[in-house]
Design a protein around this ligand. Structure first.
Ligand SMILES: C[S@@+](CC[C@H](N)C(=O)[O-])C[C@H]1O[C@@H](n2cnc3c(N)ncnc32)[C@H](O)[C@@H]1O
Length: 217
């Protein structure tokens, strides 16, 4: 599939090079592909887990659980007795996420919050050492505002799909009218993130575009 973010041959090379998981993680990758659930691609998983290996967070917040794939992956990099809070609003996804988290034996460390992130985020208490934003692209600006309230000093906020198939990098008038609101909102989010003096941030053309930002102390 053409990502519109980087050349296909580069992407294919990265995919071929990356070590592959086995067991449940691999089963979930197959499940996601067969049922058309968008989970983080291999190169994003690799970057995410490298950051987590360095950080070893005690508390992680995820916005967008889907079938629980990234939550299960991230749970392998928690500090001792670390916990993940993950938010999902789609009832079908919730059922599958619960099943998968149970299958992975991670019920003790992954808590799913059922409902819209817009409703749940104001109820959560920080600080979180790592926040992963991977939900409705039109709301990233809002999710980022809440994340800034919840992130710890020296914490990391990471957001997936920020280039939205390359569309975000294009001129507003060259994309379909129905996509322009997301385009504008995502650009506003990226602008705020990159120019916020409390953070050191970077934008990476991997997967569908990844943003990473570090809360300076
Ligand atoms: C890209 S998928 C998440 C994939 C998952 N992080 C992974 O890589 O395994 C996005 C998920 O976010 C959920 N979602 C989107 N907007 C949401 C919102 N405002 N509140 C809660 N969940 C949301 C969708 O239902 C969907 O399951």
């Amino acid at each position: 599939m053409n990502s519109n973010i980087t050349h296909d041959y580069i992407r294919e090379f990265l995919w071929e090079m990356e070590p592959k998981d086995e067991g449940l993680i691999r089963e979930l990758e197959v499940e996601a592909e067969e049922t058309d659930v968008p989970i983080i691609p291999l190169e994003v998983k690799s970057f995410l887990t490298t950051v987590l290996e360095i950080k070893r967070p005690k508390r992680i917040l995820e916005i967008g659980t889907a079938i629980g794939y990234s939550a299960i992956v991230m749970s392998q990099y928690l500090a001792d007795s670390g916990k993940i809070d993950t938010i999902e609003r789609n009832p079908k996804m919730l059922v599958r996420a619960e099943e998968n988290i149970k299958k992975a034996g991670r019920e003790q460390c992954i808590r799913i919050h059922e409902g819209s992130a817009e409703d749940i985020l104001p109820q959560l208490e920080g600080p979180y050492d790592f926040i992963f934003i991977d939900a409705a692209k039109g709301q990233y600006h809002l999710f980022f505002e809440y994340s800034k309230k919840l992130i710890a000093e020296q914490g990391i906020i990471m957001a997936d799909n920020v280039l939205h198939k390359g569309m975000v990098a294009k001129n507003r008038y060259s994309i379909p009218r129905r996509q322009r609101t997301i385009h504008k909102r995502m650009r506003n989010f990226l602008w705020d993130m990159l120019y916020d003096e409390d953070y050191k941030s970077s934008l990476l053309p991997i997967g569908d575009g990844v943003a990473i930002c570090y809360k300076k102390s």
